[in-house]
Design a protein around this ligand. Structure first.
Ligand code: PRX
Length: 654
């Protein structure tokens, strides 16, 4: 694989003043290098263990890792109770900012602990036991975080389903995990309007028919809208949690007790339930949050703009910040509600010091223009973070200049749902950054860029041809996924088969080394698209399209998009009896079908009705060529194509 990539020559060394007070120093790398397992044991011991672990890592059953063997702990105790016991119960844990202006609430660690205990008592009363699965389908309200912690407290696994997902996507996740409880809200505020949520839960459950595993639905009142109700099954949060006892003794669970499932897109149409466990996950969530974001729990006001429906919301809203006793902002809405000033107003209102968002958000702000920011006092910001997709150097510089007054460090953090926590990232105060590069693996983490045969690539020159290779993680890490729910074979096949001989984890990303050996992640090389930082598989969208009665065949590719990173481009062949339907009408219908089946975020940017799809002689759709078409490029090698003339027809349809 080769590509031409112009690397920005400038370097951003750490500010000496920042470095003098930074949590992390160069010594952290040395320490991890000298004895990796001792290093992780030290990080794990920042947590409170009910029973100390006796072994750091058991990798004898690879690729199934056991971290902190023999140790027992309660994750929720580590996130709330121990801070109250340490005397910081009055510290604000969450400054919650609702989407409607003026709808805000501060929650201290004491209050959070009481609410988690009440919720845990309620869940136990509903029959929830250790090991059970709970689907959480909620907007960004404090109760969503309380619900996650209440599950953790009982040793039950949560499976948070992004509230923007459809009833059909929720149904598939409830079914796969066999969730016995769903926690939801009546509705959610989205761009100033109340939209139903509970109704979608009912639809999902009804469509499961006799196989429905759900025994109860716990409903938070958020919008006050009317909801469909099933007596005996449905209960209001207000009537139960709010009246429950705030006394609850946490039970200690094994370090490998499953903590959560989070479904993510793979290369097939069926989402995979990525499984994370307790001790190792919390160790790395806590350690990376402290060092990558340089968190000073007594003084920082941290804000991660992700949704709890994604892994970033799990690790850097729920578990990382709370395990560190930090104060954070949780915001319910979108950046443009009620107008484009909202994020800046939130930063000003709470004096946000650390802001962590996605490149797509930065690019949206760029589109809106810097004048917007200049009307606000953003001087409280002292560190900026980025996650979800490669951040282009221009956006990186703009972010630092406009948000950070050209002063703050920017940490570009590379990781995945599967890795559980940040893996490759600068350390603020230590790393000299190159805009657009996630730089090097964090202390304790090992990554390599290799060719097809597993040989490590060499650093690339500044300009000209660069060699792209596969990003692999060649040593186990504490917050690594422990499997795919119910599908051991798929787990081995997806992540561990590409470099089986070496025993490395293949991340699915292409990357290259820069001149100083730093890592440039270039994006997915499999059939997974990245749209505004959301992972969507081509197969998932294809299966939604062919689910429509009028579609005979569909092929989906991700094409470069200036604002969203990638845009979804679909090519569809219609069935003969639908060919006379108006094209525009059909395209509208298909876009709606994808929104219904998956989520509005998966709606194709463009749909082309074509007479044929380019296929190899063995019948495989040649996506590479479709990508060329979608991106308006000259066609690459078409020699393996069965019928090269199909392209004239495809181009004509554009
Ligand atoms: O392609 C990489 C991209 O997002 C993928 C992981 O997506 P997901 O599991 O949804 O988790 C996103 C939040 C952690 C990766 O395989 N990605 C994530 N962060 C970066 C990135 N690509 C480049 N640079 C990043 N900082």
């Amino acid at each position: 694989m080769t590509e031409t990539h112009v690397e920005a020559p400038s370097l951003y060394p750490p500010d000496p003043e920042f470095a003098a007070n930074a949590n992390a120093t160069e010594a952290l790398y040395d320490e991890a290098e000298a004895d990796r397992l001792a290093f992780w044991a030290k990080q794990a011991n920042r947590l409170s263990w009910d029973t100390p672990f006796t072994e750091v890592l058991d990798w004898s059953d690879a690729p199934f890792a056991k971290w902190f063997v023999g140790g027992r702990l309660n994750v929720a105790y580590n996130c709330v109770d121990r801070h109250v016991e340490a005397g910081i119960g009055d510290r604000v844990a969450i400054h919650w900012e609702g989407e409607p202006v003026g709808d805000a609430r501060d929650i201290t660690y004491s209050e959070l602990k009481d609410e988690v205990c009440r919720a845990a008592n309620t869940l136990a009363g509903l029959g929830l036991k250790s090991g059970d699965r709970v689907a959480i389908y909620m907007p960004m309200v404090p109760e969503a975080i309380v619900a996650m912690l209440a599950c953790a407290r009982l040793g039950a696994m949560h499976s948070v389903v992004f509230a923007g997902f459809s009833a059909s996507a929720l149904r598939a996740r409830i079914e796969d995990a066999q969730a016995t409880l769903v926690i939801t809200s009546d509705g959610q505020f989205r761009r100033g309007k109340a939209a139903p949520l509970k109704a979608g839960v009912d639809e999902a459950i009804e469509s499961l028919g006799d196989d429905n595993p759900v025994r109860h639905v716990l409903v938070v009142r958020r919008t006050g809208m009317d909801v469909p109700w099933t007596d005996g099954r449905d209960v209001w949060w207000d009537d139960t949690v709010s009246n429950a006892s705030a006394e609850h003794t946490p039970e200690a669970f094994d370090s490998e007790q499953p903590l959560f499932l989070l479904y993510t897109s793979g290369t097939t149409g069926k989402p995979k339930g990525i499984m994370h466990t307790s001790g190792g996950y919390l160790t790395q969530a806590s350690y990376t949050h402290l060092n990558v974001f340089d968190i000073k729990p007594e003084s920082d006001v941290y804000w991660c703009t992700a949704d709890i429906g994604w892994v970033t919301g799990h690790t850097y809203i729920a578990y990382g910040p709370l395990s560190n006793g930090a104060t954070q902002v949780v915001y319910e809405g979108t950046p443009a509600s009620p107008d484009e000033h909202r994020h800046f107003q939130v930063i000003e209102k709470y004096g946000v010091t650390v802001y962590y968002t996605a490149p797509t958000v930065v690019r949206t702000f760029m589109k809106w223009g810097r004048e917007l920011a200049f009307g606000h006092d953003l001087s409280s910001l002292r560190l900026l973070g980025s996650v979800g997709e490669p951040i282009n150097p221009e956006a990186w510089r703009w972010y630092r200049l406009v948000f950070g007054g050209d002063q703050t460090p920017v940490v570009d953090t590379w990781w995945q749902t599967e890795t559980g926590a940040a893996m490759i990232s600068p350390l603020p105060g230590v790393t000299t950054c190159k805009p657009g590069s996630a730089m090097r693996p964090l202390p304790g983490i090992s990554a390599k860029i290799v060719d097809d045969d597993g040989n490590e690539l060499a650093p690339s020159p500044d300009y000209g041809e660069h060699v792209t290779g596969y990003l692999v993680l060649d040593k186990p890490w504490p917050s690594m996924l422990r499997g795919i729910w119910g599908d051991e074979e798929r787990f081995r096949e997806t992540y561990w088969s590409r470099f089986a001989e070496q025993g490395w984890y293949f991340a699915g990303d292409g990357a290259r080394y820069g001149t100083n050996g730093e890592i440039w992640v270039l994006g997915r090389i499999d059939d997974v698209m990245n749209v505004s930082g959301h992972r969507i598989s081509t197969a998932e969208v294809e299966s939604a399209l062919v689910g429509h009665a009028g579609v005979a065949e569909a092929a989906v590719v991700g094409a470069t998009d200036e604002h969203t990173g990638q845009g979804i481009c679909a090519f569809v062949i219609l069935k003969a009896h639908h060919a006379d339907m108006s094209r525009d009408q059909m395209i509208d219908e298909l876009r709606a079908e994808v929104a219904r089946e998956i989520s509005p975020i998966a709606k194709p940017r463009e749909i082309h009705v074509v007479p044929e799809l380019p296929k190899t002689r063995s019948g495989k759709i040649m996506r590479r060529l479709l990508r060329d078409v979608a991106e308006g490029r000259e066609l690459g090698d078409t020699s393996t194509l069965l019928d090269p003339s199909v392209f004239e027809a495809i181009r004509a349809s554009k």
